[in-house]
Write a new protein. Structure first.
Length: 85
């Protein structure tokens, strides 16, 4: 995959996880995005149990060390956005 407007590269990891990398060492911020091919348009009638909604809630739930609210506050305090679309 080519990204003509940037220097981004597509890297496919061993477990077939596609990663797009566009490093910029002059920037003091990062953008990290995870795109999952799921949602109502990808869920069949039998599998359409709302897996995308479940995934959204699990990602924003937090970790053993940080609550979901603490993670959200840290990201927002740094000027970032914490959301799923």
């Amino acid at each position: 995959m080519d990204f003509p407007a940037s220097s981004a590269n597509l890297v496919t990891l061993d477990h077939e996880f596609d990663t797009i990398l566009d490093p910029n060492i002059t920037s003091q911020v990062i953008s990290a995005q995870i795109w999952v091919e799921t949602g109502s348009q990808h869920e069949s009638a039998l599998a359409g149990s709302g897996i995308s909604h479940l995934l959204e809630h699990m990602v924003f739930k937090g970790t053993d060390r940080f609550s979901g609210e603490a993670l959200s506050q840290e990201v927002q305090a740094a000027g970032g956005q914490w959301n799923a679309y």
